[in-house]
Design a protein around this ligand. Structure first.
Ligand SMILES: Cc1cc2nc3c(=O)[nH]c(=O)nc-3n(C[C@H](O)[C@H](O)[C@H](O)COP(=O)(O)O)c2cc1C
Length: 231
């Protein structure tokens, strides 16, 4: 599938991710000879309202810039999208066949965070992992913009990421081409799972035998019959 139509999604509490991705999107579209387009830029909650299936049928690629807040949680304006990704990552049709709602799409994630938090980059990392589980092909390695970096280093990392994304889109790299890397790069896959906040708890394991209530009732019945017969 040619990569022409791109959806940009952001999650941002204090506008760092929002401002930067809006600037990058403008710069992409101002390049000479650009052969793809940013169709829409929206916060995660608005993207979630569209639904993953609608997103996959409308756009060829999805580019996400998000930060993390509280204990590695999604920013408030991105919470619904993280939930949609969690649900999409385990989606099944009524007959129990696994659904892959973003199959055919390509994706890239730009993360914002602060490495003084144990939950550093949690939401961007989860997003990158879940996008893949929902079926996207990673077209650019995630970059993680740490507030502790110098202004110059932040600018270089963002420019490198923007160049990677533009390169993949401009080259119309096919979905069938292997992803550029695992989501665990960078960060070694360190995350704090948030699935319990978004997915129903797994069913309890099947009991190996009859429940204790049934055993006690049966024992009582046997004793009762014994007493009646022999007393
Ligand atoms: C209360 C609070 C909680 C935060 N929690 C995290 C966190 O869990 N993980 C992380 O990497 N950064 C955390 N940060 C840092 C922000 O993600 C970082 O400043 C980011 O650049 C903000 O981007 P935004 O303005 O787009 O939301 C936190 C910041 C604040 C103020």
């Amino acid at each position: 599938m040619p990569m022409d139509d791109v959806l940009v999604v952001y999650g941002s509490e204090s506008n760092t991710a929002k401002t930067n991705i809006e600037r990058i999107a403008k710069e992409w579209m101002a390049r000479d000879g650009v052969n793809w387009k940013v169709c829409d830029v929206m916060e995660g909650n608005d993207a979630a309202a569209l639904g993953l299936v609608h997103i996959a049928s409308t756009y060829d690629a999805i580019v996400v810039a998000t930060s993390s807040f509280r204990q590695g949680d999604a920013p408030a304006n991105y919470d619904d999208f993280l939930e949609a990704l969690y649900k999409g990552s385990v989606a099944m049709d009524p007959s129990g066949v696994r659904q892959v709602p973003l199959a055919g799409m390509q994706s890239a994630v730009l993360g914002f965070g602060d490495s003084r938090f144990d939950t550093y980059m949690n939401c961007p990392r989860l997003t990158d992992m879940l996008l893949e589980k929902c079926g996207t092909r990673r077209m650019a390695q995630r970059r993680e913009i740490d507030v502790k970096l110098s202004k110059e280093d932040k600018a270089t990392m963002m420019a490198d990421w923007a160049e990677d994304v533009h390169g993949a889109l401009q080259a119309k790299t096919k979905y069938s081409v292997p992803k550029v890397c695992e989501w665990t790069v960078p960060g070694n896959g360190q995350t704090f799972d948030k699935s319990l906040e978004y997915l129903p708890p797994p069913p309890p394991p099947e009991a190996a035998g009859p429940s204790p209530v049934v055993v006690v009732a049966a024992l009582g019945a046997v004793l009762g019959v014994g007493y009646y017969c022999f007393a």
